[in-house]
Write a protein that binds this ligand. Structure first.
Ligand code: UDX
Length: 435
């Protein structure tokens, strides 16, 4: 089938490559010439395991092209809208202007056989509104939220744990769903659960799922605060409550909390939209989820300063990790960088290292000092803070690391190291939510 993907950022680039790998003829459209050029040459403008290989293979087979010219997508049957919906500056609400612009650019090319499939995370009510805008063309509107995780995006797109279709009532909705079934035929053949519902429910599935995940993380981080106050160990607490399969152990890793381009902005946009709908009380608790999350960053700084005898001034502090999570070069709302900046403002001489995200971090916060090599970054440090749990940091050897530093203070912001091993090598080991 001929497919277009409008917006070739994180979601769109992966979706375009994945759809081409299923055998479809895909045109990826983006307004950013540099992005289009990078994707055309098989070098995605961000780090995502497996994506480059997928891009190169699809382009060699002539199944995938990237362009800035939306008219090249005119003969596609299905148009996926994959543009970003960032938080509006100074507000909680999501900015949907890119979604509106994408649909406007498609409008002249739509016919009654076209299906426009929204994948972006949007405020509930958006699909209904957009379906009114394209109604004159006879094209169908659908909403098919994306649940991919950065670092696992290719796998999550090709082997999702569920597909959700939001469709219009009656025959037009059924016909649109049948078209999307054709696009996803090989995914559905793997017995992937597929649920067909209305627009509003499909939109809410995404925001509700991300709110639940954020709530789970902040719940365990709230318990970490109690563990700190009482001398208990949050990692053992999480293991024990997680054994109840009604609770489950996943997303109960206490530490520096969540960041990235999705969870923080999605819960805020959800609160803003609920307010517009007069249902703000229903999600008022998300404000607390956000606050618990932000408090962890301050607590992290307090623990590190305390471990250094009460002051950062003039001391070299090495921060392991800049990305908001491992296997990603994304620094949007990165908890690690937030801590780095706080320590710098308190007089610490901060050095940040990361296997992939230094370039992006430098662009966002040029005032910090960045070193690519881990050993070089650690050399001469008075404290080492592990803030993004990349494999290579989890595997650091306590004795060998001790040789490099001036002060053996280690703060484990992700609860991934074994305290006994570090203490046995002479380190002062501190963590969030552990004695
Ligand atoms: C998330 C959702 O998982 C995904 O389904 C949705 O489509 C987009 O948002 P992503 O932002 O890529 O995906 O990252 P995720 O792996 O969910 O982690 C989010 C944040 O939570 C990270 O900062 C991570 O470090 C943190 N986290 C996660 C914890 O602090 N503790 C945990 O137990 C799990």
């Amino acid at each position: 089938m001929k497919i277009s993907v409008i917006g070739c950022g994180y979601l769109g680039a992966v979706h375009a490559a994945a759809m081409a790998s299923l055998g479809h003829e895909v045109t990826g459209v983006d307004v950013d010439t540099a992005k289009v050029q990078a994707l055309t040459s098989g070098r995605p403008p961000f780090f995502e395991p497996g994506l480059s290989e997928l891009l190169v293979k699809a382009q060699e087979r002539g199944k995938l092209e990237f362009t800035t010219d939306v008219s090249r997508a005119a003969d596609a049957t299905v148009h996926f809208v994959c543009v970003g919906t960032p938080q509006k500056p100074g507000e909680f609400a999501a900015d949907v202007t890119y979604v509106d612009a994408a649909v406007d650019s498609l409008h002249p090319h739509l016919t009654e056989t076209s299906v426009v499939v929204g994948k972006s995370t949007v405020p509930v009510g958006t699909a209904e509104r957009l379906s009114g805008i394209i109604a004159d063309t006879g094209a169908a509107m659908m909403w098919n939220p994306e649940f991919l995780r950065e670092g696992h995006a290719v796998e999550d797109t090709l082997h999702p744990n569920r597909l959700v279709y939001g469709v219009a009532d009656g025959e037009p909705g059924k016909a649109a769903a049948a078209t999307l079934d054709e696009v996803y035929a090989s995914i559905l053949a793997e017995d992937t659960p597929r649920m067909i519902t209305d627009f509003a429910t499909a939109e809410l599935v995404k925001t509700a799922a991300n709110s639940f995940l954020a709530t789970k993380i902040s719940f365990i981080n709230a318990m970490a605060e109690l563990c700190e106050a009482s001398g208990a160990d949050v990692t053992q607490l999480a293991d024990a409550i997680g054994m109840d399969d009604r609770i489950g152990r996943k997303f109960l890793n206490a530490g520096l909390g969540f960041g990235g381009g999705c969870l923080p902005k999605d819960i805020r946009a959800f609160m803003a939209r609920a307010g517009e709908l007069g249902a703000d009380q229903a999600v008022a608790f998300l404000k607390e989820i956000d606050s618990i999350n932000m408090r962890r960053r301050v607590r992290m700084v307090d623990i590190a300063r305390d471990a250094l005898g009460g002051s950062f001034i003039g001391k070299k502090i090495t921060i392991l990790g800049a990305a908001f999570k491992p296997d990603s070069d994304d620094v949007r709302d990165s908890p690690a960088l937030a801590v780095a900046r706080l320590i710098a403002t308190q007089g610490g001489l901060v050095t940040v290292t990361d296997p992939q995200a230094i370039g992006n971090a430098q662009k966002s916060f040029p005032e910090l000092d960045y070193v690519a090599d881990t050993a070089e970054a650690i050399t001469g440090a008075q404290a080492v803070l592990l803030l993004t749990e990349w494999r290579e940091y989890r595997d650091l050897d306590p004795a060998a690391t001790a040789e490099l530093v001036r002060g053996k203070v280690l703060v484990d912001g992700r609860n991934v190291l074994t305290p006994e091993l570090w203490r046995a090598a002479g380190w002062t080991y501190r963590a969030l939510g552990r004695p």
